[in-house]
Design a binder for this molecule. Structure first.
Ligand SMILES: [Zn+2]
Length: 468
C-alpha cells in the first residue's frame, strides 16, 4: 500500500515496489490539439504511459487533479552572455530562471558572450560552460557576420541550431551587422548546409537617419528613441531578408517581430514560396509605449514595444496562429548600462526568461475560451519542430522526453523582484498579478524547479538539430 504524504502543492504517494518511477494522476494534459484528463506515467526519463485510470503504481505519485501539464517551455531566444560577460547574466542564473518559469530548454544567442560564437572554438567554449552550469537543456546559435562567413560550415558541423544575423547595429562591437551582400553570401552558404538563418530585422539605414534627426532636433528622450525605430524600419528589413532568402533558398526565421504588419508581410512571403517563419516575444504582447515612458530603461528593447493599438493587432495575429514561436529574448545587462541620461545610450534589452510562460498564461487566461494547445505549440512543440529537435522534444506523448511544466491555472501570483533568479533583479513586470502559477518543472522526469525555487543540479545537455 502506498504511503501518502503532502508534497508541495500536490498530494504525493510513495510505493515500495512500483511499476513506474513517477505517475502524475488525473492531470489536465495539454496535447497538440486538445486538453485531456489523463494519468502520465514516467520511467527512465521517458513518458511511458498516457491514459486515464492507468493501471500500476509509481514510486512517486502526484495528484494533479487541479493542475495542467504542458510540455516544458523551449525558449528559443535568450542572451546568457557566458563565457566572457557573465556579469550581465550567467548560464547558472539564467537557466534557473528558465526552469522556475516552466522551461526545460533554451537556445542561447551568439553575440553577448566573449568571444561571440563566430567559430567552432567559441562554440566549444560555450558548450563547456553550459554543460557545467545549466539546469535545463540548451542549444547554441552561431553568428553570421561579415567576419566569419568562412566559419559557417564548421559551426554547422559543431551543432548550432541556426545562424543569427543583425540587419542593424547589434550594440556589441565584436558582432557586426550584416549588409545585404553579407546576408546574401551567408544565406547562400546556410542554404547549402541546411541550417536556418535568424535575423534581427530593422533597417540600419532608416533607424540611423531617424535617430540622428530626432536627437539633433528634439533630444535623447525615451519618446524620441521610440520614434526613431518605427514599424516601417522593421518592414523594410523583413522585405529585404525575405527577398534574399527567396533568391538563395535559405530557411529564414525572423526573430522578435513587433508588429502585426510584420507578421502579415512574412505570411504573404510564405504564401509566395519563401521559406520563412517568425517569432514574437512577451514584451510586444504585454507592454506598450506608455509603459516605456513610465518605467524607463528597464522596458527598453529593439525593436521597441509599440502602441496599445498595435499591441492588440499583434495579439490577434498570435491567436489566429500566424506566428510560429514565442521566445523571451531575455537580454539583460549590468545595471550601470541601464542607467543613462541619454535614452539612446541605455542598453536595449529586457529581462524576461523567467516570466515567458507566466505572462503568456495570463494573456491566454484573459480570453473567453483560452486555446491552451496553441500556447503549448507556440512555446514548445513548434519550436522543436521548427528547429528539427530530436523527436522526443516539445510534446506530451508516449515515448517523448518527460520534460514538463505543471501549472495551477486557478492560482494567482504577483511578480516580485525578490523571486527573480536573474543575476540582476530587474524586470518591467514587477507588481503584476498574473493568473496561473508554475508549480513544478520536470526535466526528463526529475524536478528542476518547485514553486519558483530552483531544485536541480546542472544536468542540462546540448541539443543539436537532427537532419530535416
Ligand atoms: Zn535577442
Amino acid at each position: 500500500m502506498p504511503l501518502m504524504c503532502s508534497f508541495g502543492q500536490s498530494n504525493v504517494s510513495l510505493a515500495t515496489v512500483a511499476d513506474f518511477d513517477l505517475i502524475l494522476r488525473n492531470a489536465n494534459v495539454v496535447l497538440r490539439n486538445g486538453v485531456e484528463r489523463s494519468d502520465v506515467a514516467i520511467s527512465d526519463r521517458i513518458i511511458v504511459g498516457l491514459r486515464p485510470g492507468l493501471l500500476g503504481s509509481g514510486r512517486t505519485e502526484m495528484d494533479c487533479t487541479r493542475l495542467h501539464v504542458l510540455p516544458g517551455v523551449i525558449d528559443s531566444h535568450v542572451h546568457f552572455n557566458e563565457p566572457g560577460r557573465a556579469e550581465w547574466e550567467g548560464i547558472s542564473s539564467g537557466s534557473r530562471a528558465v526552469a522556475a518559469g516552466g522551461g526545460t530548454c533554451f537556445f542561447d544567442m551568439p553575440l553577448n558572450s566573449t568571444p561571440p560564437v563566430l567559430d567552432a572554438s567559441a562554440f566549444a567554449a560555450k558548450r563547456a560552460a553550459a554543460e557545467a552550469k545549466s539546469v535545463t537543456d540548451f542549444a547554441i546559435w552561431g553568428g553570421l557576420t561579415p567576419l566569419n562567413l568562412g566559419q559557417l560550415a564548421r559551426l554547422s558541423e559543431a551543432g548550432v541550431i541556426g545562424f543569427k544575423a543583425f540587419m542593424s547595429n547589434s550594440g556589441i562591437t565584436d558582432f557586426s551587422y550584416s549588409d545585404v551582400a553579407t546576408l546574401r553570401a551567408g544565406m547562400k552558404t546556410a542554404a547549402a548546409l541546411g541550417t536556418p538563418v535568424a535575423v534581427h530585422a530593422e533597417s540600419e539605414e532608416m533607424i540611423k537617419a531617424l535617430a540622428a534627426q530626432r536627437r539633433s532636433r528634439r533630444g535623447s528622450t525615451a519618446r524620441e528613441y521610440l520614434d526613431s525605430r518605427p514599424i516601417a524600419a522593421e518592414l523594410e528589413a523583413i522585405r529585404i531578408a525575405c527577398e534574399v532568402a527567396g533568391e538563395t533558398g535559405c530557411d529564414l526565421h525572423v526573430v522578435h517581430v513587433s508588429s502585426a504588419a510584420g507578421v502579415e508581410l512574412i505570411a504573404a512571403q510564405r504564401t509566395a514560396g519563401v521559406k520563412v517563419t517568425c517569432e514574437t516575444c512577451p514584451h510586444y504582447l504585454t507592454l506598450c509605449e506608455d509603459d516605456v515612458l513610465a518605467l524607463g530603461p528597464v522596458a527598453k528593447c529593439a525593436p521597441p514595444v509599440r502602441s496599445a493599438i498595435e499591441r492588440r493587432r499583434l495579439i490577434k495575429t498570435v491567436m489566429l496562429g500566424h506566428i510560429n514561436t514565442i521566445g523571451s529574448d531575455h537580454s539583460p545587462s549590468s545595471p550601470e548600462l541601464k542607467e543613462h541620461e541619454d535614452f539612446f545610450a541605455v542598453w536595449g534589452g529586457i529581462a524576461g526568461a523567467q516570466h515567458l510562460l507566466p505572462l503568456m498564461i495570463d494573456l491566454w487566461a484573459q480570453r473567453a475560451d483560452p486555446d491552451w494547445p496553441l500556447l503549448a505549440r507556440l512555446l514548445s512543440t513548434n519550436v522543436a519542430d521548427r528547429f528539427c529537435l530530436p523527436s522526443g522534444f516539445g510534446r506530451i506523448a508516449v515515448g517523448a522526453e518527460a520534460s514538463l511544466a505543471l501549472v495551477d491555472l486557478a492560482a494567482t501570483e504577483e511578480v516580485t523582484t525578490d523571486r527573480l533568479h536573474y543575476r540582476h533583479r530587474l524586470t518591467p513586470y514587477a507588481g503584476r498579478k498574473l493568473r496561473g502559477k508554475i508549480v513544478r518543472t520536470l526535466l526528463r522526469g526529475q524536478t528542476i524547479a518547485r514553486d519558483g525555487q530552483s531544485a536541480g543540479e546542472p544536468t542540462g545537455r546540448l541539443v543539436v538539430p537532427q537532419s530535416a
